[in-house]
Design a protein around this ligand. Structure first.
Ligand SMILES: [Zn+2]
Length: 189
């Protein structure tokens, strides 16, 4: 496995619509390798999600989830059930919004490092996709997991979280975020 270079805002690959994968191609060694490398890259940079265009591969794949932490003392007390994101690799995801409840919360992006901003997203979604073995899956998600899936799926359409902000007033550098806004860690994705 290898750690891949992450494309930063301004690279055209982040603005392109990524290509749909044929189900038969999902199990190919090249795609399996890409998925392994994306997990490793996401974990290296302590992200909670990573879409293939962010590693210069314009195909409709993203990985997400928190890696097991080795030295987080207050993991058990602090981590709300809704804040946990299960490990997943989804291919050709299609999101359906459930209800009209929205949530406004902080986001960060590995392609826009050290910046945070508030984004309004649907609180609950259903996702149809393929898993890495090429099987159809349907996932229901709410809260932070639903937010991450929406952020990653946006990457497959060339959309960045800045595009989703209703106002830029909350755009914040990470240092100032910690000083003035919140002590909570908001992982990049
Ligand atoms: Zn991102």
């Amino acid at each position: 496995m290898s750690i891949l270079k992450v494309a930063r805002m301004g690279h055209p690959v982040l603005r392109a619509r990524a290509k749909t994968l044929e189900p038969a191609d999902i199990k190919s060694p090249g795609i399996q390798q890409l998925i392994d490398d994306m997990f490793e890259t996401m974990q290296e940079y302590q992200g909670v999600g990573l879409a293939a265009p962010q590693v210069h591969a314009s195909v409709r794949i993203f990985v997400a989830g928190f890696a097991p932490k080795l030295d987080d003392e207050d993991e058990d007390e602090d981590e709300d059930e809704e804040e946990r994101v299960p490990l997943m690799a989804l291919i050709n995801p299609e999101i359906a919004i459930v209800g009209d409840d929205t949530a406004d919360d902080w986001e960060g992006c590995l392609s826009i490092p050290d910046i945070r901003g508030r984004v309004t997203r649907a609180r609950e979604i259903k996702v149809k996709a393929y898993d890495r073995r090429g099987r159809r899956v349907e996932i229901s998600a709410r809260g932070f997991t639903a937010r991450v899936i929406q952020h990653e799926t946006d990457h497959l359409d060339g959309v960045l979280f800045f595009d989703r902000m209703q106002s830029f007033e909350t755009l914040t550098f990470l240092d100032e975020f910690g000083k003035y806004w919140s002590r909570r860690d908001v992982p990049e994705e």
